[in-house]
Design a binder for this molecule. Sequence first.
Ligand SMILES: Nc1nc2c(ncn2[C@@H]2O[C@H](COP(=O)(O)OP(=O)(O)OP(=O)(O)O)[C@@H](O)[C@H]2O)c(=O)[nH]1
Ligand SMILES: [Mg+2]
Length: 481
Amino acid sequence: MANTRSEIPRLAIMGHPNAGKSSVVATLTENDRIAIDKRAGTTTESDFYPVIIDGETVIEFIDTPGFQNPGAILEWFQAHPEIRDLAREFVKTHRQDPLFSHDCALLEPVAMGAGMILVVDGSKRIKEKDRIEIELMRLTARPRMAILNNLTKETRHLPQWQDTLSKGFNSVREFNAHRATYGERIKLLKALKSIDQRWEERLARTIDAFERDWDRRTDQAVDTILTLMKEALGSRVSKTFKEARLDMQGGRDQAKAEVMAELEDRLRQLEAHAHGQIRAHFRHHVWDQPPDSLLAKDLLSDEVNRALGLSRRALTLAGMTAGAATGAGVDLALAGTSLGGAAFLGAVAGGLLGLAGGKALAKLDIEIKPGTARFTAGPVSNPKFPFILLDRALLFSARAMNWAHGRQAANEAAPDKVPEKSIPVTGFTEELNTAEQRELARFFTAFRKGRTSDREEECRAIVKRVLRDLSENRIDSRVHL
Ligand SMILES: Nc1nc2c(ncn2[C@@H]2O[C@H](COP(=O)(O)OP(=O)(O)OP(=O)(O)O)[C@@H](O)[C@H]2O)c(=O)[nH]1
Ligand SMILES: [Mg+2]
């Protein structure tokens, strides 16, 4: 059934200046364009942020500047115990009063039935002003939840916050606007659903829409990844050279270097394009890549080669032996040694020869014709490379899925920041079981040979399973890698 406007759950985000309200809204709505700043007073007026799925608003969050005069509002609330709907009556009574113009604007949606989420910085001590706001919100009797958004790693005040907040709120949750993943966002909505029966049905529909939308986006990411694998593994680059140039000193080596470098660039471009698409599926526009991230390193660098892809042992178990990967054509590593040009090796191969224990990245064919020679690099023959490419795509997806949109303005160098989970620096494919690795290996081999693969569905299922496990926190997202 379509949502009518009145059925849309609407939640106003309350809290002190700089508590992280806008960051929470940004993360919950996957909107990295909301103004967030380390200075207090960034949000000066309430703004509505609807979450639209399939053209329909499924939930709406209201980012607010917080209360101006919480003490005076609470006093008025306490002086009128006979009034059932305090928020509505307060707005009605004070609408024309300039002293309360901001508070009335803030309470207007609440008067119309919106619920509230109070955001507090759980790493700070509780103050009197906090107690006033908690009591004030309790008296509105609207569905409400409190969020402990820790701005630093200080945790000693948390038990006291839990105690105090639980007096005014049916649900108190830790939700870090910088660290929250998709799984945590869904958990938050589920908790919200259970705090007030009046909202149960509406929120159930919202959660359902979120989950369907996420599943669809996960499928899009899987599509992007499989297309990347097909295109990269089937890539070929050809260049024709005049005989005269090849006969010059080092001319052949130069020609090989050029054509291999073009293939490398093609692979880098395909990867960048796929990553751009994945980023768009998960709605990221601003993104601080940690400078030491593996994703910031060159696809063909030693560092990436060491950290990602399958180990030699796993490659062998998966049937990716040297024999399976070589065929007709000149192997670059061999070509290099037979030519004996040290300068050529350095210039051409760079990271390539580091791949999978010295195996060349791709085949190189030379077709001699009268007066010219056509050099063709590709398809990729290195057995490890597809697993590295897949690992990077999974790593990128993990980040796109789990990098909170509210993290845009974070001070990543802050010494007191909430620590990231410590996780191993390995890719995802090494953790798959041998049967799955073998399945992928077969698929890669088919594409390298330009064949479509009947294993595609199995591979799709494996990649999707990894992405699902990532977004539901069953495997760690390695978000900072
Ligand atoms: N470390 C950390 N910093 C956070 C977190 N959430 C917000 N911040 C930072 O806190 C500062 C204020 O965040 P905002 O989201 O602008 O806070 P606000 O409550 O909307 O502030 P006003 O609009 O000024 O009332 C920014 O520098 C954020 O990056 C968090 O979960 N962790
Ligand atoms: Mg704000």
